[in-house]
Design a binder for this molecule. Sequence first.
Ligand code: ADP
Length: 782
Amino acid sequence: MNFSLRRHKYIRQTRQIQALIKQYQALGDEQLKAKTGELRAQLAQGKPLDKLLVEAYATVCEAARRVLGMVPYDVQILGAVAMEDRNIIEMKTGEGKTLTAIMPMYLHGLTGPGNFLITANEYLANRDAKEMGVVYQWLGLTVMPGVAEEGSDEEELDRHQVYSADIVYTTNSALGFDYLTDNLASTADDRYMQGFNFALLDEADAVLLDSASTPLIISGAPRPQSNFYVSSDRLIKMLVEDEDFERSEDEKQVWFTPAGIIRMQAYFGVDDLLSKDWADLYRHLVLALRANYLLKPDRDYIVAHGEVSLIDITNGRELTGMKLEAGMHQALEAKEGVNITQEMRAMAQVTFQNLFRMFHQLAGMTGTAATDASEFMEIYHLAVFKVPTHKPNIRKDRPDRLFISNEAKLLASLKVIRQAYEDQRPVLIETGSLALSNLYSRLLLREGIPHSLLNARSAAKEANIVAEAGRPGAVTVATSMAGRGTDIHLGDGVKAQGGLLVLGTERMDNPRVDNQLRGRAGRQGDPGESLFYASLEDRIVLQNAPRHVRKWTDKHATAQKQRLSNHGRFRHVIDNAQRVIAAGERSERFSTLQYGEVFRVQRDKIYEQRDAIIAGEDVQGKVEFAVKQAAQDFVEDHRQPDVAAFLDFVYQHVDRDYNPAPVRENPKLAADVDYLTDLIMQRLAAVHEKLPAEDQWAYFERLALLKAIDWEWIEQVDNLQTLQSVTMNRSTQGSNPMYEYQKESRRSFKVMKRALYQGVLANLLCSELVAKADGTVKVNFP
Ligand code: ADP
């Protein structure tokens, strides 16, 4: 359906909903509450969800009026209707996305658990689960926050209770981690996830784009520690740029030259560094190369108290839970000469792209989506639908003020801030980094201008400060991420002053974020103004503009006239830098997607098997298949009878008390698949005799399978993780890294399956079964 037809349909439905709301106003509370049961009954009779939309939306709108005292606007209903039709709606800040979301959430909540509203942070998940929760509860649905409240323990969250709620307000990483953990459970009782029905993503662009290239990883057992980190680091520091290695213009890629490889081979005295034999060493060299020449202290990480920690550049928050690729942290520690921490094995991994593609249905809301519409369509099959504002937007967006040096820019922007302060007009100063917001704070202090500084330490405190930012004379310094999702109300007399002034102190990595900042002003038809200050010394210019711009800047940094014209040769310098960044990020996301896809195929196979085993589906058949396959694999590997190998296999995986006489007399038996299979089946029957109760036996079989799967799969996750970090860095050596990755990951999956069959065999036949007094049996797996 084309755009205007779709729009027409949504408007028609909006009118129907409005008409129905009028009728519902006449209903008593009990009658309105009864709608939930009636709608659920229609669902149970097979009526499709979209046929219930009008009734459900009208019900929840009328409930919102009675419970919250808020009547959803036409545009909110329109947006909610569009979301049900696979759209990300673009809705400006302050237009009321929180209330809009209750319509689709209620509709899907009718189907039972598995519906999520993904908020931007834990604070909002808790706040909105409470504030909007009362409406759902009033109508008889259950709702839970999926994250612990600030200050309380994540462990204490009852995940069974959370995931059995009809509607869950949560964050993308909480959902991702829970999904992974759920799939590490070994009994049905330990599992809590109840399906992936519907996800509505608030700040959809941040969730689907900005965090898309960092996978979520659960780390488990320590990896055997390698001693290559320090020696690799030492060697890498001796290499010469442009001779032994090269860096891309944007300094985001680095690779070895053939001469560099030869040099390193000589240093370590190895013949072929790129061969499988030296893969581990090569991996460490790649990590050291990246650590030394791509990552910078105080930009990408900080070194304090003898430790390296990663930081989020925009708000100075330490990044927890997120990890750099396998071993990168240790490589950084070697570079900085601090103690090298234990490297953990990755146990489970998922990308956000994969996570959200698991849902039956997705929808999103954001202030700014149109810039990335094609990517949403391509990856998530979501269209972008722009919702008009409730009242016309009268905010004035001024053209950028561009300067040569950063200093000149700062001084000029301070004048504007002082003026606004003197006029008692509120100003929100948005910076792109923690360092810059601290700098502004110091400058304002020097000028004697009282102000609040938001440095993203506590989302709850932030929300309060942001809420106050519209008072007369309020000066607030914030980083771009701070206090998102909290609305700024104007104080008395501020409208007459022109409303809130948003002052951007540098342009951000992409226009979407710039627009988010602008959107802080001029909400709900309020007056407002946005203005960006930029300089040729801003981070995004230094990092992304062509070299000649940087040279020119150096030469003119102290020139008399610092203000640049908006029509001169540098008018596009910022837009172009943003385009360079966007292109790089897009290609990174597509590459993450491709790698993630290979991973997903394998993970789905494994999780599917686990699910079936936990549910007790054909466990007997799976056991037999595995043990027979193990016998076949052995014989395939030893077509020439090899008695020693045969005995080794039998003692390790089948029977520690095997009597070797028959094979000694007739060595051909060592390559006879029937003989080995018989041996295994007899032994299996003997073990079964020790555990005759059928439920005990079934439990033992299930556990034997799961243990083997988990053991091998966890190893495989770690392999794939490592493999990805190595192949991604081969991109510039003339090979096709994606192809190599696919080939190698398929090969290793096959190897894994073989190991898995052997593991099942050993778990079943070589476990120690200890009968206990209470009739239960304790199993010690090999
Ligand atoms: P957004 O997330 O789109 O920026 P919010 O959901 O935070 O906006 O809502 C902004 C403000 O508007 C909130 O204070 C909210 O209570 C108010 N609001 C939203 N919708 C309505 C409505 N229909 N009637 C009255 N107030 C509303």
